[in-house]
Design a protein around this ligand. Structure first.
Ligand SMILES: CC(C)(COP(=O)(O)OP(=O)(O)OC[C@H]1O[C@@H](n2cnc3c(N)ncnc32)[C@H](O)[C@@H]1OP(=O)(O)O)[C@@H](O)C(=O)NCCC(=O)NCCS
Length: 362
């Protein structure tokens, strides 16, 4: 039997500010997350910095945050489990994430955290737990564990995969993690634009960080559509209830964590309504890295290569707005073939795999 750590698991409180003695435990817990992700990837491209973790831990009208830490006899924080509880929809769901200090893994710390968090979440009425594992590398995987969706697999031997299976989580869906080196050469951008059809009824509009007041309601509708139009396999996912206030809260959280956003949207000129959008984000802690987030075209406007137009135009903006960015990451469900096809066309190559796991507590 492997050595087991004797730990106490307690709830982590988000301090009122990040400086001072009150924040020491939160900072120590965030440090575990930083070291664990760095160890997993060998770089900081997927490491959430302290300000990002602190911003994410703030409650909003739409989400409650909870955290648990595992502490050893000397008071050192060995592991952290966080849960986000959606408040406006998905009343039985909690999104969970667990990290253990690289030097103290495989000694039962993650399991101790999971036992207490599951008990407390069940008490709070959250009986559907969803979590995501990230594994570096490319297919084919040795000992592939297939997703219940029927598309994609993750490697059984990866610690995070073994841990999730050991705790009774079911692999519902697999996403491909793609990476694109940027900036895209101007000649390549030009060739992409030239290959697109004309769009006489559509025009692009763009903003950074905060949606202009006259777009906020339409943007909220696109966010609502995003919650159901992206394939989610058998993961429990209600339609999300977005409005201008929720958009503003999310923008404030991004800014508090040192985040920035480039949004390009497409307006249907005859109706004046926004019918699609795409989002790139970057964080002060990782100036060379950007993340391709949402891309959506409303169903009535699909089939005209508007998704490709949106992505190309935002990549063009990225080169001037954020010249220090060298790589862009994106995640797409393996069954989302239209979006994967666009990303392959743009030059994204697989960098890893994300497993979406779900466990129903009895
Ligand atoms: C996944 C993680 C949290 C596991 O924490 P941990 O404290 O090392 O896990 P435990 O010691 O409680 O392991 C419990 C069981 O999981 C499985 N497991 C965990 N790590 C494993 C590994 N490296 N290889 C194979 N199986 C492993 C085993 O079945 C283990 O039981 P056993 O030791 O009796 O065989 C840790 O590896 C980690 O922080 N990884 C990076 C972050 C991450 O990917 N988190 C998951 C996203 S939600």
């Amino acid at each position: 039997m492997r050595d087991q750590e004797t730990v106490e698991v307690r709830e982590l409180v988000r301090p009122a500010e990040l400086t001072g003695a009150d924040a020491a435990t939160f900072r120590a817990a965030a440090g575990v997350g930083i070291r664990a992700r760095r160890h997993q990837w060998g770089d900081d491209d997927h490491t959430e910095s302290l300000p990002e973790q602190y911003a994410r831990a703030a409650d909003t009208a739409a989400e409650q945050w909870r955290g648990w830490i595992a502490v050893d006899g000397a008071g050192g924080v060995l592991g952290l489990l966080t849960a986000t509880l959606p408040l406006r929809e998905n009343p039985a769901v909690a999104w969970v994430d667990v990290v253990v200090d690289p030097g103290r893994q495989r000694r039962g710390v993650g399991s101790s955290l999971m036992a207490v968090a599951e008990r407390d979440l069940r008490t709070a009425g959250r009986t559907v737990l969803t979590g995501w594992t990230e594994t570096a590398g490319t297919e084919p995987w040795p000992d592939a564990v297939p997703a219940r969706s029927g598309a994609g697999a993750v490697p059984a031997g990866a610690p995070e995969v073994a841990f999730a299976r050991r705790h009774g989580y079911v692999l519902e869906q697999v996403e491909r993690l793609g990476r694109l080196d940027v900036p895209v050469a101007p000649a390549t951008l030009q060739a992409w634009y030239a290959a697109l059809p004309e769009h006489p009824d559509h025009e692009l509009i763009a903003w950074s960080d905060v949606a202009p007041a006259d777009t906020a309601a339409d943007y909220a509708q696109l966010k609502t559509a995003m919650s159901t139009d992206v394939p989610s396999a058998d993961l429990e996912q209600d339609e999300e209830d977005w409005d201008a206030g929720r958009v503003a809260d999310e923008e404030a959280e991004l800014a508090a964590g040192g985040g920035h956003r480039l949004v390009t949207a497409v307006r249907h000129v005859p109706t004046g309504r926004l019918v699609g959008h795409t989002v790139l984000e970057r964080f002060d802690a990782r100036p060379a890295v950007a993340y391709q987030q949402d891309t959506l075209v409303l169903s009535a406007h699909r089939g005209h290569r508007l998704g490709m137009l949106l992505k190309i135009d935002n990549l063009r903006r990225l080169a001037t707005a954020w010249p220090e960015v060298r790589r862009v990451y994106t995640w797409n469900a393996e069954e989302n073939t239209p979006v994967l096809a666009i990303n392959v066309e743009l030059g994204f190559r697989q960098a890893g795999v994300v497993g979406a796991w779900q466990k129903r507590l009895c």
